[in-house]
Design a protein around this ligand. Structure first.
Ligand code: ASP
Length: 354
């Protein structure tokens, strides 16, 4: 009698445990059903490998896209994932050719109704530049989310797996549709236009200065509080589908006693210039003289993080105000403006609109 009671209890236990399992996997299947996310891996610290536990002295762009994904098995609960290794580099080696490839892959795959969104894994050094370029050139409302990490995969408490989980959650969400290219880092969601790297070491290095984050993500739940107002993605005039490279734009950083011959030299090898001026886009009388002589488009930005430049700030009539775009983002917009042969007035308009 006793034996048959024990046998009965065991059977009930086995049945309960296995039905919990079946329910859990059925639920996760239900959650991920119909959601396909493309992960485009480009390298960076998120794919970095170094001495066990250490945060510095590692080799970025080492793990493959598949290895990155296998570190986060929970991704299967959110979506079916297709991984594409676009390149595997330190993000300082990202090029305009890689940007164009990324934009073209996204634009081509976005027409597939099965695909819900895109995630790009990227080094943090130039993440903001890739984000802004794509924000101006992808032609879809589907979510495009970029992330990376500050600590390599082999460090203690690496931040990559959580950032990747959050990026896929956002890419699979309805909230992110039509918001332009987004960046997620340490639980915060940023718009591509304002995001920038603010620290050389901290896990919250990717942030958004005065404008701040537009939302947060927690345990895969996406909470958006703001929406970007500047034109992006489907609202821009830029089409990179037939381009192989971009025009050359150089950035000149002004400081006390900076040699004005640099202005002439840079202009000789560039299709356009961006000046990172002091304060509200200012520079010495010697630079004013050199800049006034230039015949190529010149954008005036500031070397200050929260720098807004308006037309009234300009010291030279032949220049264009960058609004609050950083020098590196102003350079991207100017490069794209030159692909559509925009004249001075049209470029001015673009710096207001985008
Ligand atoms: N140097 C690295 C990169 O940009 C830094 C990082 O990813 O955090 O690829």
């Amino acid at each position: 009698m006793k034996r048959s009671i024990i046998f009965f209890i065991c059977c009930v236990l086995v049945f309960t445990v296995s039905s919990i399992d079946i329910n859990a996997s059925a639920k996760s299947k239900e959650k991920s059903e119909g959601k396909k996310i493309i992960v485009l891996a480009t390298g960076g610290t998120i794919a970095g490998v170094g001495d066990a536990g250490k945060t510095a002295g590692y080799k970025p762009g080492t793990l493959t896209a598949e290895e990155l994904l296998s570190a986060v098995p929970e991704l299967a609960d959110i979506a079916d994932i297709e991984a594409i290794q676009v390149c595997n580099v330190n993000s300082d080696d990202i090029t305009a050719e890689i940007w164009i490839t990324l934009a073209n892959i996204i634009n081509e795959k976005a027409s597939d109704p099965e695909i819900k969104g895109f995630v790009i894994t990227h080094g943090t050094d130039t993440l903001e530049e890739t984000a802004y370029f794509l924000n101006l050139t992808v032609k879809t409302d589907k979510p495009v989310v970029i992330t990376g990490s500050m600590r390599p995969s082999t460090s203690i408490s690496a931040d990559g797996p959580m950032n990747l989980y959050e990026a896929v959650s956002i890419a699979a969400s309805d909230e992110a549709v039509g918001q332009g290219v987004l960046v997620v880092f340490s639980d915060r969601i940023y718009s591509a236009r304002s995001v920038t790297k603010t620290s050389t070491y901290h896990v919250t290095a990717i942030a958004s200065g005065e404008t701040g984050a537009i939302g947060i993500v927690r345990d895969g739940e996406v909470l958006l509080y703001e929406s970007p107002v500047k034109k992006h993605t489907t609202q821009t005039v830029f089409d990179v589908s037939n381009l192989e490279k971009l025009p050359t734009v150089s950035i000149l950083y002004f400081s006390v006693d900076a040699d004005p011959r640099l202005v002439k030299y840079a202009a000789k090898y560039s299709d356009g210039l961006v000046i990172a001026g002091a304060g509200a886009g200012e520079f010495s009388k010697k630079w004013i003289k050199a800049i006034k002589k230039l015949k190529i488009p010149v954008i005036i930005s500031s070397r200050i993080d929260d720098g807004v430049i308006t037309k009234d700030n300009l010291l030279c009539g032949n220049t264009i105000a960058a609004d609050n775009l950083s020098p590196q983002k102003a350079a991207i917009l100017l490069r794209l403006a030159l692909t559509v042969d925009a004249d001075k007035e049209q470029i001015e308009e673009m710096f207001k609109e985008y």
